[in-house]
Design a protein around this ligand. Structure first.
Ligand code: SAM
Ligand code: SF4
Length: 332
């Protein structure tokens, strides 16, 4: 196992990489994408081999956890094989994926067999019509089939992710908790972040805080605060009625977690983003393509990039102020 360790300019240890493996998706969620999206041409995105090389360099530099995301990671051809190769990197403790679940019906078992350890599955509504409205193209029954396939394949600690929007799905949060309990899943509720310019709704008007979500859930369940932490923007609670289930609340507008931030993100164009809410980045694709067969050049570039990691993000809940990147570009 690597004894090396990545540290940023504030002495924070960085041992968690989120990698976007595609900017494409079979859904068009209203908070994530515009209805008409132009995706990147193939030559601009990292090949599977390049993704694997970058993962290998990070693991050699002490990365313990990698999350594959997108876009929708399961629409990338060759994803199962990529998982197998990354999962086999010596020193990596956990390979996870965030997915919309639509392809899990057929892929859950091959992914589990390839060494993928954990899944986060996005689910914003249990009503087929509302689900279609929020995702613009999604079929709820496919996602539920995917969730059940993940459970059957052997995945444990699977987590549902739900972005809560006032007037759209805020009245469903308690039913979503009940759904999670019935299937033995953790669930996290996410406040919408101002990533990418969208016109479908006003983010300020749709804002529904984590505290408001907890108030709704407390009408049916007893919430017990928990001190668990993953060094990110999540705060955890348990339910007296179902103590095995973990409830997470992701409040990206809060700055409280920046001090312990241990993560960086790679876009599928090979841009290393040092903070979700800032544009600081390093171009790893050009390093990789100008020095083929020299992994030490890539490692040097990664070590140098750590100095660009800012102390904290700068989200504003104001429809005029936006981080220009869409979430599917950053690997959410
Ligand atoms: N396609 C996969 C999925 O939906 O799970 C992975 C990529 S998606 C960008 C990752 C997560 O980001 C999802 O849980 C999604 O709900 C969330 N997300 C997307 N746009 C968001 C936004 N503007 N604010 C908060 N969460 C967002
Ligand atoms: Fe696709 Fe995930 Fe974005 Fe929805 S949130 S459009 S599923 S990438």
């Amino acid at each position: 196992m690597s004894k090396r360790m990545l540290k940023d300019g504030f002495s924070r240890k960085v041992d968690y990489l989120r990698m976007s493996v595609t900017d494409r998706c079979d859904f068009r969620c209203v908070y994530c994408m515009a209805e008409d999206m132009t995706f990147l041409p193939r030559q601009q995105i990292l090949s599977l081999e390049e993704l694997e090389q970058i993962a290998a360099s990070f693991v050699a530099l002490g990365t313990r956890k990698i999350r594959l995301t997108g876009g929708e990671p399961l629409v990338r051809a060759g994803i199962v094989d990529l998982c197998r190769r990354i999962a086999a990197l010596p020193g990596l403790q956990e390979l996870c994926m965030t997915t919309n679940g639509s392809q899990l019906g057929k892929l859950a078992q091959p992914l589990f067999d390839a060494g993928l350890k954990r899944l986060n599955i996005s689910l914003d509504s249990l009503d087929p019509q509302r689900f279609r409205e929020l995702t613009r193209t999604g079929d709820l029954s496919k996602v539920i089939e995917g969730i059940d396939a993940a459970n059957a394949a052997g995945f444990v600690h699977t987590k549902l992710n739900c972005v809560v929007m006032r007037g759209r799905n805020d009245h469903e949060v308690t039913d979503l908790v009940t759904f999670a309990i019935e299937r033995g899943l953790d669930i996290s509720f996410i406040e919408e972040m101002p990533l990418g310019v969208i016109s479908e709704h006003s983010r300020a008007e749709a804002f529904f805080s984590s505290e408001q979500v907890r108030e709704k859930i407390a009408e049916r369940y007893t919430l017990v605060p928990s001190t668990e932490s993953t060094q990110g923007p999540s705060r955890y609670w348990r339910l007296a009625e179902a103590p095995d289930i973990r409830l997470g609340f992701i409040s990206p507008h809060s700055h409280n977690f920046c001090a312990t931030c241990n993560r960086v993100r790679l876009t599928v164009e090979g841009r290393l983003l040092l903070c979700l809410g800032n544009e600081h980045s390093a171009d790893l694709k050009s390093v990789l393509r100008s020095h083929p067969g020299h992994p030490e050049k890539l490692e040097q570039a990664i070590i140098a990039a750590m100095q660009l990691k800012p102390w904290s993000h700068q989200f504003e809940l104001n429809d005029d102020v936006q981080v220009v990147r869409f979430m599917n570009m950053t690997g959410g």
